[in-house]
Design a protein. Structure first.
Lengths: 299, 568
C-alpha cells in the first residue's frame, strides 16, 4: 500500500523499467540459488548465482547503451557495464571484473561440483552488487525519500534515547528516612503530582532528600503539604530545609505550616544557595497522626 | 514468513497465554517478591548512575549484598530500565513476560519454517511449545522470569544459527551468525544455569550442521559459525567472569547442598504424565503427553518421508535424552565431580524446558512431512485445529495466575531497608566473612567508632559520604555494610588518605591514619574481575565485528595486492 501511494505521488518507481525488471529477474535467480543451497545442491546453486551476476551486469550494460548503439560482444558488453558501475560510484570494480571473468570462462574450465574456494568470493560479489543495483534503479526522488526516511528514523531514535536518558538521569530523585507504606514512598514528593504524597510512619519525625541530577542554584523551596486525602489525618507542621553542596551543608532555613488543611497548603522558604546537589527537608513536627509532604519544588 | 496470517495466530496465542498475568496485582509463585525487589534495586542503582550495578545496597536491612555480581542481569537490566523511566516494577515484569512469551512463539515458528518452509507446520510447532506446561509454569507457578525468558530465547538462538548455516549469501550468513552469537550471549546472561545447558544443546546442533556443511563442500561457511559460537560466551564475559571468580568469597556452596542438591530433585516417570505430583500442588512437569504426541508425529512423518523428516527423529532423540536426565535413571550423570558445574543445575527437571522445545521442533518437522501430502486447505484446517486443541487441552490448565496482594512485598528502597530481606532463599550470596543474615535492619550507616566522631553521613545507594573527625592517629569507623571486592574509598579532604578493610564480622572498616578532619567517599564500584570480564566482552565484540567486516568493501585488501598497487 505504502509503495503504491509513493508511486502515485511520483516518489517511487524506477528510473528505467527495463533496468528494474532485469534486476528483479536477477533477484529471483538469487532466491532460487538460496533455496538450492539450503537443500544442499551447491553446484546448482552456483549456477543460479552465476546467472544472477550475469543478469546484473547485463542490466548495467544495457543501461549504459544508447538507443542507436550497435550490438556488441560479451567482453565489450561487460566493459560497458563496468564503466557504468564505475560512473555510478561502485567500489571494488576489480573484484567484480575477476568474478565476471570466472563465470564467463569456457565450460570446460569449470569444476563439476564447486567447493567453497571456487564460489564464495563470486557469491560475495553477487550479494554486494544486488543492493547497489536496486538502489540505482530508484528514481532520484525515491532515493531522496529513502534518505529522508532513514534520517527521520535516526532522528527519532536519538530523540527517544535523549528522552529516556532524561527520565533516568535528568530529573531529581528522592529518598527518605522512612515511609508509611509503599504507596507513600519518597518518590511521590518529586513526581510533580500533588495528588500523590510521601507520608511518614505514625508520630515519627523524619526527612526526605531531593537529589539533583546536576549542581544548581536554588533560590527558594516550595513545600506543598500532605493531608492523606482518604483519611485526612496527617500533615507536616514544622520543617527545616537544608541545602547541601559537594562540600557539605551550606544553607539551612526553618519554617512551619500554620494549620492543617484538606486543601492545597503551600509553604515557601527562601534559601539562596549555590552549587546545590541535594536538599534535605526535615519534618520536625506534625499535625494529627503523622507528617508528610505532597511535593517539594525547587525554584 | 512473518506476513503470513498463521504467524499472526502464533503471536496472538503467545499474547493470549500471557493475559492472565495482567489480571492480578501480583501472583502466588515460588519466588514470592524476589523479582520485584531485585528490579527496585537495579532501577535505583541505575538512577544513581551505575549502568551495570553489582551491589544491592538495601538488601538485608541495608547491609547490602553483591546480588548482581552473581544474578544473571538480562531480565533486571530491562525491568530496571523500564522502572527507572516510566513504569512500576510489576508492569515492567509483566512486559518482560510478554516479550518472553512472544519470542518463544516467534523463535520456534522461525526455526521450523527455516527447516521445512511450511507455515502450517511452523504454526503447529510454535503453538505446541507455547502450550508446554513446563514453559507456562515457569511463569505462573514458579515465577521464574529469568528461566522463562531464557527458554524463550533458546529457539531464537537455534533458529539464527541454523539460518546462518543455510544462507547462501556470504555476508548475510556472517551477519546471521553474528546475530546468533549476540542473542546467544543474551540467553546466557538471562539465566546462568539454563544458559549453560542451552549452550550445550546449541553446540550440539551447530556441530551437526557444520559437519553437514563441510561434507557438502561449503567448508568455508563453517569458520564464521564456529567463531560466532565461540564468541557467545565471551559476550557474556562481563557477567560470567566476576560471577565465577567471586563464587569462593560467598556462601555459594549453599546452592548445591541440602534442598538444592540435584539428587533430591529427580522426578518419577509417573510425574511426566500424572496430574498431581508429590512435590508440587500443580504438576508442571507433566510434559509426557506433549512429548508423546510429538514423538508419534515425528515417527509418522519419517515413515512417510524419511529424507524430509529424518531430522525430526534426531530432535526427538535429543528430547528423550534430556527427559531421561531428569529421571532417577539419570543419577549417574549428576554424580558430584563427574561433570564440572553440573551440580549447579539444582533441579534436573529444569531440563524439561529444552526437552519440550526439541520435542516441539520434532513435531513441527514431522508435521511438515505429513501435511505436505495434503491439499493446502486441508493442511491449514488441520494445523489450526491441532493448534486449538493444544491450547485448550494442554495449555489452558497451566495459564492461570493466583492473585496475592502486592502490599506484602517491598516496592521501594526505603521499605526494603526497613526489613531484613534477601532476594535469595539460601543466603548464598552473603559474603563468606559474614556468618549469617542479620537479625535486624541496620540503624544507621555507622555502627561504631574508635577514637573518632562522625559529624555527618549520607548515603545514595552504594555511595556513602562521611565527614569524620579523628581524635587520634589510627582511629577507626565501622560501617554497617558488608565488605566485598569492589568497595573503594576516596579521601576528598583530610590529613592523610584513609583506607578501607574488613572487620571480624565481615563489615567495612575505615582506618584513619592521622588525627584530624576527614571528608570521605566510600563507594561500591566495579570489582577488579569485572574489568577482566568487560575486556573479554569487548574482545568478543571485536572478533564478531572483524568477522562481519571481512570480505566487505571496507575490509582492506591483502597487503601484497596493495603493494602491487593494482587489481586483485
Amino acid at each position: 500500500m505504502a509503495s503504491q501511494i509513493a508511486r502515485a505521488l511520483g516518489w517511487g518507481g524506477s528510473v528505467n523499467e527495463t533496468f528494474a525488471s532485469s534486476i528483479a529477474r536477477a533477484r529471483a535467480f538469487t532466491d532460487c540459488a538460496r533455496s538450492l543451497y539450503r537443500d544442499g545442491f551447491l553446484s546448482e546453486c552456483h549456477g543460479y548465482m552465476c546467472k544472477a551476476l550475469s543478469l546484473h551486469l547485463e542490466a548495467w550494460s544495457d543501461a549504459a547503451d544508447n538507443a542507436d548503439a550497435e550490438p556488441v560482444g560479451l567482453r565489450a558488453s561487460r566493459e560497458r557495464a563496468f564503466e557504468a558501475l564505475a560512473r555510478a560510484g561502485y567500489r571494488r570494480i576489480d573484484r567484480l571484473r575477476a568474478a565476471a571473468e570466472a563465470i564467463d570462462s569456457p565450460p570446460g574450465a569449470e569444476v563439476g561440483c564447486p567447493n567453497s574456494v571456487d564460489f564464495d568470493w563470486i557469491w560475495t560479489e553477487v550479494e554486494r552488487l544486488a543492493p547497489f543495483s536496486a538502489r540505482q534503479a530508484l528514481t532520484p526522488r525515491a532515493r531522496k525519500l529513502l534518505r529522508l526516511r532513514r534520517g527521520l528514523l535516526a532522528a527519532f531514535s536519538v530523540a527517544l534515547a535523549l528522552v529516556l536518558a532524561f527520565r533516568i538521569w535528568g530529573r531529581p530523585r528522592a529518598q527518605a528516612s522512612a515511609a508509611y507504606a509503599d504507596t507513600f514512598s519518597a518518590e511521590n514528593a518529586v513526581d510533580g503530582l500533588e495528588a500523590t504524597e510521601w507520608l511518614l510512619p505514625d508520630s515519627t519525625a523524619g526527612w526526605v532528600d531531593v537529589i539533583l541530577p546536576f549542581a544548581r542554584t536554588v533560590k527558594r523551596v516550595r513545600l506543598i503539604n500532605a493531608h492523606n486525602r482518604i483519611s485526612a489525618d496527617r500533615a507536616a507542621r514544622a520543617v527545616r530545609v537544608t541545602a547541601f553542596t559537594k562540600q557539605g551543608s551550606s544553607v539551612s532555613v526553618e519554617g512551619a505550616f500554620k494549620h492543617f488543611s484538606e486543601d492545597r497548603s503551600v509553604l515557601d522558604l527562601d534559601l539562596a544557595a549555590r552549587d546545590v546537589t541535594r536538599i534535605r527537608v526535615e519534618v520536625l513536627s506534625h499535625f494529627r497522626t503523622g507528617g508528610g509532604l505532597a511535593e517539594v519544588e525547587l525554584q | 514468513m512473518f506476513r503470513d496470517p498463521r504467524f499472526v495466530l502464533v503471536v496472538a496465542a503467545a499474547v493470549g497465554l500471557w493475559i492472565p498475568l495482567t489480571h492480578v496485582d501480583w501472583f502466588q509463585n515460588f519466588d514470592l517478591g524476589g523479582y520485584i525487589m531485585r528490579t527496585v534495586e537495579w532501577a535505583d542503582e541505575l538512577r544513581a548512575g551505575h549502568l551495570y550495578p553489582r551491589w544491592a545496597p538495601d538488601m538485608y536491612g541495608g547491609f547490602g549484598e553483591p546480588l548482581f555480581v552473581f544474578f544473571a542481569p538480562a531480565v533486571y537490566s530491562v525491568t530496571g530500565f523500564l522502572t527507572a523511566t516510566f513504569l512500576n516494577p510489576v508492569m515492567a515484569l509483566q512486559l518482560v513476560a510478554l516479550a518472553g512469551s512472544v519470542i518463544s512463539g516467534v523463535g520456534v515458528y522461525a526455526l521450523i519454517y527455516g527447516e521445512t518452509r511450511q507455515v502450517n507446520a511452523a504454526m503447529l510447532g510454535a503453538v505446541a511449545y507455547l502450550s508446554a506446561p513446563y514453559r507456562l509454569s515457569d511463569l505462573y507457578e514458579r515465577g521464574d522470569f529469568s528461566e522463562f525468558c531464557c527458554i524463550a530465547l533458546l529457539p531464537a538462538v537455534l533458529a539464527l544459527y541454523l539460518a546462518a548455516a543455510g544462507e547462501a549469501r556470504p555476508f548475510r550468513a556472517r551477519a546471521l551468525a553474528a546475530c546468533a552469537a549476540l542473542v546467544h550471549g543474551i540467553m546466557i546472561v538471562t539465566h546462568t544455569i539454563l544458559g549453560l545447558w542451552g549452550s550445550l544443546l546449541v553446540g550440539l546442533v551447530v556441530f551437526v550442521r557444520c559437519v553437514a556443511l563441510y561434507r557438502s563442500g561449503a567448508w568455508r561457511r563453517v569458520p564464521p559459525i564456529v567463531i560466532a559460537l565461540a564468541c557467545a560466551p565471551g559476550l557474556a564475559g562481563a557477567y560470567i567472569v566476576p560471577a565465577m571468580g567471586y563464587r569462593g568469597v560467598t556462601h555459594a556452596e549453599a546452592l548445591i547442598t541440602g534442598f538444592y542438591r540435584p539428587q533430591n530433585h529427580w522426578i518419577p516417570f509417573s510425574d511426566l504424565f500424572g496430574k498431581t505430583s508429590y512435590m508440587f500442588s500443580k504438576n508442571f512437569n507433566r510434559v509426557g503427553p506433549l512429548i508423546s504426541v510429538a514423538g508419534s508425529v515425528a515417527i509418522a512423518g519419517a515413515a512417510l518421508n524419511l529424507k524430509r523428516s529424518g531430522a525430526a527423529l534426531a530432535w526427538m532423540a535429543v528430547s528423550l535424552a534430556l527427559v531421561t536426565l531428569t529421571l532417577p535413571e539419570g543419577y549417574a550423570f549428576w554424580e558430584p565431580g563427574r561433570l564440572p558445574l553440573a551440580q549447579f543445575i539444582q533441579f534436573p527437571w529444569r531440563l524439561l524446558g529444552p526437552a519440550v522445545l526439541t520435542a516441539c521442533i520434532a513435531l513441527g518437522i514431522g508435521a511438515a512431512a505429513i501435511l505436505g501430502r495434503l491439499g493446502e486447505r486441508l493442511r491449514t484446517n488441520l494445523a489450526i485445529a491441532g493448534s486449538a486443541a493444544l491450547l485448550f487441552f494442554v495449555a489452558w490448565p497451566y495459564a492461570a495466575a493466583v492473585s496475592v496482594p502486592l502490599s506484602g512485598f517491598p516496592q521501594n528502597p526505603e521499605s526494603l531497608r526497613s526489613r531484613v530481606e534477601s532476594a535469595t532463599s539460601a543466603d548464598e550470596f552473603l559474603p563468606r566473612a559474614v556468618a549469617a543474615r542479620p537479625r535486624h535492619p541496620r540503624e544507621g550507616l555507622v555502627s561504631a567508632t574508635e577514637n573518632a566522631s562522625v559529624t555527618s553521613s549520607w548515603s545514595d545507594g552504594s555511595l556513602h559520604t562521611l565527614s569524620i573527625t579523628a581524635a587520634t592517629a589510627g582511629a577507626v569507623v565501622h560501617l554497617a555494610h558488608y565488605a566485598f571486592p569492589g568497595w573503594s574509598i576516596r579521601t576528598r579532604s583530610g590529613p592523610a588518605p584513609a583506607s578501607l578493610d574488613t572487620d571480624a564480622e565481615g563489615m567495612l572498616r575505615v582506618q584513619l591514619p592521622q588525627s584530624g578532619q576527614y571528608l570521605l567517599e566510600v563507594a561500591y564500584r566495579q570489582p577488579p574481575l569485572a574489568w577482566v570480564g568487560f575486556a573479554v566482552t569487548g574482545l568478543s565484540f571485536l572478533m564478531l565485528g572483524l568477522m562481519l567486516l571481512r570480505g566487505s568493501s571496507w575490509w582492506p585488501r591483502k597487503l601484497p595486492v596493495r603493494w602491487a598497487g593494482g587489481a586483485a
